[in-house]
Design a protein around this ligand. Structure first.
Ligand code: NAD
Length: 252
């Protein structure tokens, strides 16, 4: 267990599953107190209970990140419980059916934009308002290799993730004077439930592994380690970056 985040108070969105869950465990192991936000409150609460049993100061909140009022209320409750919020991993996101972009319905397009792009903006909006008042903070947004390159049949998802990278750069520029660092991570394929959208279209794990020169997909903890570093003072001069964590996928 490291202690690079002792005394820090960090929000994790989408904390109930996948990379959010793995990152919450690593942040706790590095000494952080946590606010776990997820639309799936029972699963987030189960994680919070287990972390509290191991000595982490932690609360779980049911939040739909696409709704301003819910994000604002969650931020208020998190600050009330933890005292302040000086870090965030804005990770909540959804996948989509693999289909040519011209066949996607308007409702599907609107929902993926609402969660994956607007959700990151709403979280950062309320995090910035708070962090400006406490002298700064660090934010990591979960984009994807789809924020850097396109995957056929994933047009709306690709657009939202390119949007997250753009929003990250804008926020980094705006936040620098207020000592708020903002970075994006761009994972390749990671073993989480979201991959079912690709599997349903016949895109197998072997096919995803073949996208990366390392010839494999990642485990969620490999992404969590990068998030811990980006939220810690060890990365103090890193802001506005979109970091591929992809076994070399986008280097080709
Ligand atoms: N798994 C991959 O291969 C991969 C690769 C690159 C990027 N990503 C991105 O990583 C992030 C995490 O995904 P994951 O792979 O861990 O998937 P996951 O499905 O395991 O976890 C996503 C979590 O987000 C929560 N969530 C969904 N909609 C929400 C909402 N409106 N408000 C709050 N919480 C919500 C879910 O309940 C779930 O706990 C997503 O943004 C995803 O786009 C995933």
């Amino acid at each position: 267990m490291g202690n690079s985040l002792t005394g820090r108070h960090i929000v994790v969105t989408g904390a109930a599953s996948g990379m959010g869950h793995a990152t919450a465990l690593e942040l706790a192991a590095n000494g952080a107190s946590l606010a776990l936000w997820d639309i799936d409150l029972p699963a987030a609460s189960a994680l919070a209970t287990s972390l509290r049993d191991q000595g982490t100061n932690c609360l779980a909140l049911g939040v739909d990140v696409s709704r301003d009022a819910e994000v604002a209320a969650a931020m208020q409750q998190s600050v009330a419980h933890l005292g302040q919020i000086d870090g965030a991993f804005n990770n909540a996101g959804i996948g989509m059916p693999t289909t040519p972009f011209e066949t996607l319905s308007e409702a599907e397009f609107d929902r993926i934009v609402a969660v994956n792009l607007k959700g990151v903006w709403l979280c950062m909006k309320h995090q910035f308002q708070h962090m400006r008042g406490i002298g700064g903070g660090a934010i990591v947004n979960n984009a994807s290799v789809s924020g850097l390159v396109a995957l056929a049949g994933q047009g709306a998802y690709t657009a939202t993730k390119h949007g997250v990278v753009g929003l990250t750069k804008a926020a980094a520029v705006e936040g620098a004077a207020a000592h708020i660092r903002v970075n994006a991570i761009c994972p390749g394929a990671v073993r989480t439930p979201i991959l079912q959208h690709l599997e349903q279209a016949g895109i197998t794990e072997a096919a995803l592994a073949g996208m990366s020169p390392q010839g494999r997909i990642a485990e969620p903890v490999e992404i969590a380690h990068a998030v811990v570093w980006l939220l810690s003072k060890q990365s103090s001069f890193v802001t506005g970056a979109a970091l591929p964590i992809d076994g070399g996928w986008v280097a080709q």
